[in-house]
Design a binder for this molecule. Structure first.
Ligand code: BT5
Length: 269
């Protein structure tokens, strides 16, 4: 029986990006379970070349190195496991139940984003290309714990779309407790990625917490955009969208929850 995975925790006062750091470590052969946590990132990464903002000393900025025995096509479940562990941790520490907006954002009851997840694999790694077991995946999560405390803290482009645990619960939240709870919750979820029954459990949990299902969505792909109704997730964690009389499966992209009566839709976050 393997021991706990997430015991090698590397802490940084400041770093460019915890994901970049662990991708380099993975290239050097670092094992599954290495964790990088930063007080500040000077070049925090979002998906699709976007950036992730957080003032020093306020929020949780964390990446984990996974080497899951995942069949090709199931890699989304690795980032889902981290999003689920993030929502477990928030509930354990604050009592708040956050939803997961597909693909991996944790959102509050007002639909504003509390956390985002970025999974990156090393495309230069031949094992990653083949999707072979134990190919490294670095999954980072940025969680707004104590920042923003108010809309006035935010840059204009995030006003109305970002919130924090502090705002949602009305008090300062201890980042180290959230970190500890997240790594504890991730342990069984990461183990689950290596078996068919475990993956089925993770995808069922993802489906249960995914607030995108049942909503009208606008899907924005690199070269296409369309609107439809999100009806389900596949076993791999991809989004099923009914568009007229067609059913489309979205593997990656951005989704905007389109609420009746507020078109044009709010900006994607
Ligand atoms: C994400 O991207 O949501 C993934 C964020 C992952 C950040 C973590 S922090 C630790 C690890 N190391 C890294 O370098 N990254 C990971 P995406 O869905 O593309 O969202 C990015 C967009 O969200 C930006 O373009 C902004 O519009 C918005 N944004 C930036 N900072 C935000 C914040 N703190 N809260 C809410 N929205 C934010």
């Amino acid at each position: 029986m393997p021991g706990p995975r997430f015991t090698d925790i590397r802490r940084f006062d400041s770093i460019d990006s915890t994901n970049r750091y662990l991708l380099d470590e993975a290239r050097g052969g670092a094992p599954e379970g290495v964790v990088a946590v930063a007080d500040h990132q000077s070049a925090g990464r979002g998906r699709l070349g976007r950036s992730w903002e957080a003032p020093p000393g306020t929020n949780l900025l964390l990446s984990v190195l996974l080497r899951p025995d995942l069949p090709a096509g199931h890699r989304h479940l690795a980032s889902a496991a981290v999003a689920l562990a993030g929502s477990d941790a928030v509930e354990a520490v604050t009592g708040l139940r956050l939803g997961i907006k597909w693909p991996n954002d944790l959102i509050g009851p007002d639909g504003r984003k509390v956390a985002g997840v970025l999974a990156e694999a090393d495309v230069a790694d031949p094992s990653a290309r083949g999707g072979r077991p134990s190919a490294p995946i670095v999954v980072g999560i940025g969680m707004n714990v104590n920042w923003p405390a108010a809309d006035s803290d935010l840059p204009p482009d995030l006003v109305g779309s970002a919130t924090s645990l502090h705002r949602l619960v009305g008090r300062t939240v201890d980042r180290s407790r959230v970190l500890e709870a997240l790594l504890g919750a991730l342990e069984p979820r990461a183990a689950d990625l290596g078996s068919e029954s475990g993956r089925a459990r993770q995808s069922a949990d993802f489906r249960a917490r995914c607030t995108t299902i049942g909503t009208s969505v606008r899907v924005e792909l690199a070269d296409d955009r369309f609107e439809g109704r999100a009806t389900d997730l596949t076993a791999e964690g991809h989004l099923v969208v009914v568009v007229g009389d067609r059913t489309r499966t979205v593997v990656s992209g951005d989704v905007v929850h389109v609420r009746p009566g507020d078109r044009p839709s709010p900006p994607a976050v």
